[in-house]
Design a protein around this ligand. Structure first.
Ligand code: NAD
Length: 302
């Protein structure tokens, strides 16, 4: 394709995503504020510039994959010393933010893009580093019908499933709602296994029943928190992630913001937020979030 792409944020997710676009034949220039990340990206064969301005100048599409919303808004706006991405990209360029950020921050990014005459989508992902490497990510897209359609060919080279969720910010809304379900269900599954243990119920027996009954969910059938029933789940490798507690904690922080802003009565979601905040503050930050079962088991020991 002759779409010229700038890819900013070459971290765990961004670098493999940028590489997949380059491998698909796009002209991609990358940039990261971290010199180490720039070096790693060059070593991986990506064209990397020394400034954000050089990466984005006259580009038709600008993709960002940062940790936080403040970084996205800061990069879009620029500073006193350097123009923002919106000012230097080609006229009418398509801005695709794949970072996981708050819904209202995403809506602010869309407003900045619109004011600059650019097109924009929020397009957070699920699927983790493995999904980024294998181009099997799921994208949750927010923005106009036309802008989502324009982004789709690019996203197809980085992911396997692309859902247009609605207008500005609604990709982030879908992501935050999904992860709140996930957090609550992972805790519920862990609690059920610990209760089963105390009642003398075999892990496999509980799994065989619940996985074919109304307790069925991803937290049980894919991310089973006890070793054995699902050999590929993190429980079988001492809870090596997977999806690290620190990332779940971050996403639940965004859920809490959205719950408070909308006045939603979500007691389970807020309790999950507290439970994972504690988990991530300790060793759980670097362990899979299904390892919460070890804390539940230890807390109830008497
Ligand atoms: P990361 O910290 O590895 O990468 C982010 C990169 O952005 C860093 O290298 C940082 O230096 C760079 N950066 C920050 N501000 C910048 C700027 N202004 N210009 C250029 N570069 C800048 O994070 P990650 O694991 O790649 O995650 C990225 C996003 O994807 C996060 O929002 C995360 O929540 C989300 N996410 C991550 C995963 C995962 O498994 N890692 C899964 C789904 C979603």
């Amino acid at each position: 394709s002759n779409t010229r792409i700038a890819f900013l944020g070459l971290g765990h997710m961004g670098l493999p995503m940028a590489r997949n676009l380059a491998a698909a034949g796009y002209d991609v220039t990358g940039f990261d504020v971290s010199p180490t990340a720039r070096e790693a990206a060059r070593a991986a064969g990506l064209a990397v510039t020394e400034t954000a301005t050089d990466a984005a100048a006259d580009r038709d599409a600008v993709i960002t994959m940062f940790a936080a919303g403040s970084q996205v808004l800061g990069a879009y706006r620029g500073t006193a010393d350097a123009p923002g991405l919106l000012a230097v990209a080609a006229r009418g360029a398509l801005f695709v933010d794949c970072s996981t950020i708050a819904v209202d921050e995403a809506q602010e990014a869309h407003a900045l893009a619109e004011a600059a005459g650019a097109r924009s989508v929020d397009a957070p992902v699920s699927g983790g580093v493995v999904g980024a490497e294998n181009a099997t990510l799921a994208f949750m897209v927010g923005g106009s019908e036309a802008d989502a359609a324009a982004a789709r060919p690019l996203l197809e080279h980085m992911g396997a499933r692309i859902v247009h969720c609605g207008g500005a910010g609604l990709g982030q809304a879908a992501k935050v709602c999904n992860n709140m379900i996930l957090a609550v269900s992972q805790i519920a599954v862990a609690e059920a296994f610990v209760l089963g243990e105390r009642l003398g119920l075999d892990h496999q027996a509980l799994f065989d029943v619940a996985s074919n009954a109304s307790g069925q969910c991803w937290a049980l059938t894919t991310n089973c928190p006890v070793p054995g029933p699902v050999p590929t789940s993190p429980a079988n490798r001492d809870y090596r992630p997977g999806f690290a507690g620190a990332l779940m904690d971050k996403d639940l922080g965004l859920a809490e913001q959205a719950l408070v802003r909308t006045g939603t009565d979500a007691r389970m979601g807020l309790l999950a937020r507290e439970i994972y905040r504690e988990y991530a503050a300790g060793a759980g930050g670097q362990r899979d979030f299904s390892g919460i079962i070890t804390d539940i088991r230890a807390a109830g020991e008497r």
